[in-house]
Design a protein around this ligand. Structure first.
Ligand code: TXA
Ligand code: MG
Length: 364
């Protein structure tokens, strides 16, 4: 949403939100990616409240959200004073990335300043930071005048929220939770995460809307995939990114992907009769073009064949379908191509964590 369409009512509520954060409370707020559950990044008790509200293991680090520098002239925006209190060794490449993509859906991992709380970094020597592009998030951060840690506002392992109502339903047991309503999130999947802490090369920890090709095209910086780095580095990477667990972002209903034209193959994993199956179909395909199945009722749900639009609606679709009582949900495998890596990543983890058949492997 644009700055002019920000609901006025939210600005009145922002004062209350700033006070709540200052008093060590939690505030849910919109970002352009997904809704976050925020707390004062300098308050250990407030940070602990996030872990218990989410049911998230305390060694999974959080992202610090910072306001963009207050300057009218974009060309003169200086991020150095914004970042200096949080990071050690601000490299030239880091500044190039920040100047090009912030505010926006890009999180950068730096070696941390010693003042950064261990509670938020999971005891690591690094800190993840981003400046979100949503006007309500920016207003909140500007008025709070400090860093706000914010994981996605969902229970650990579950589908991330892309509307205020989603957050409310995730945290029904916290009736007083203050939720700033900024409408539906535009990007719809979490920020791209790039690790700059090794000093020599940038490593992609989580794919998102901003891809390595776009980064290369706009900055000349080459982003390495975790597989391209050596094994020990990769192990370290995998243990510290909770989004890298195989099961994540998951609905309760079993969810699987099907290869093009192979819907019936996807059923073979479910020998019990599945009577009602929702099948997502590309808007570019006319229909399932399957012969059908004697005991299964399929219903088609159209999904966008544009990767950015698909991403913006993915979690909305998963939540809605999860509420509709299907026995199984099938999604088409996303096409090959970097612009699909973010949604492919989320769909794979959602499949793995979904439904009763994989509950023994789910992480929460
Ligand atoms: O789009 C987003 O990034 C959203 C919105 C709310 O900003 N936030 C989000 O937070 O997705 P969360 O906590 O759900 O995911 C943060 C990811 C986790 O996978 C975590 O492991 C990783 O960031 N992370 C945080 N600090 C890190 C660090 N120091 N090193 C490596 N990974 C880190
Ligand atoms: Mg999350």
């Amino acid at each position: 949403m644009s700055a002019d369409s920000t609901p006025l009512q939210s600005f009145a509520v922002i004062n209350e939100a700033v006070q709540t954060l200052g008093n060590g409370g939690l505030v849910a707020f919109p970002t352009e990616t997904v809704y976050g559950l925020g707390a004062d990044a300098k308050n250990p008790e407030a940070i602990n409240k996030i872990f218990s509200a989410k049911g998230r293991p305390s060694n999974h680090p959080l992202i610090v959200h910072l306001a963009a520098p207050d300057q009218l002239d974009q060309a003169q925006v200086d991020w150095v004073p914004v970042l200096a209190p949080w990071v050690r060794d601000l490299s030239e490449d880091a500044l190039k990335l920040v100047n090009t993509f912030w505010p926006g859906p890009l999180t950068l991992v730096f070696r941390k300043d010693k003042s950064v709380l261990n509670e938020l970094t999971g005891g690591q020597d690094t800190v993840a930071i981003r400046s979100p592009a949503h006007p309500i998030a920016q207003e909140l951060l500007r008025q709070f005048k400090g860093g706000v840690v914010a994981p996605s506002a969902n229970r650990f392992g579950k589908v991330s929220p892309t509307s205020a109502a989603d957050v409310r339903s995730e945290f029904e047991d916290i009736p007083g939770l203050l939720i700033l309503d900024g409408g539906d999130c535009e990007v719809g999947i979490e920020s791209t995460i790039i690790d700059l802490s090794s000093g020599d090369h940038a490593i992609l920890l989580r794919p998102g809307l901003i891809t390595p090709s776009e980064i290369f095209a706009k900055t000349g910086i080459r982003v390495h995939l975790p597989g391209e780095s050596n094994a020990s580095e990769q192990d370290a990477t995998l243990t510290r990114v909770s989004g890298s667990l195989r099961a994540h972002y998951a609905p309760t209903t079993p969810l699987r992907m099907y290869a093009s034209g192979r819907v019936l193959d996807a059923l073979s994993e479910f020998p019990d009769i599945k009577s009602c199956v929702a099948v997502a179909v590309w808007d570019s395909d006319s229909s399932l073009s399957e012969g059908g199945h004697p005991s299964v009722h399929f219903e088609e749900v159209i999904v966008p064949s544009d990767s950015a639009i698909f991403a913006s609606r993915l979690y909305r679709s998963l939540r809605d379908l999860d509420q509709q009582g299907w026995d199984l949900i099938l999604f088409p495998e996303p096409p090959v191509g970097e612009e699909w890596d973010g949604v492919r990543d989320r769909l794979q983890r959602a499949c793995f964590g979904s439904g009763p058949s994989s509950s023994s492997q789910a992480n929460s």
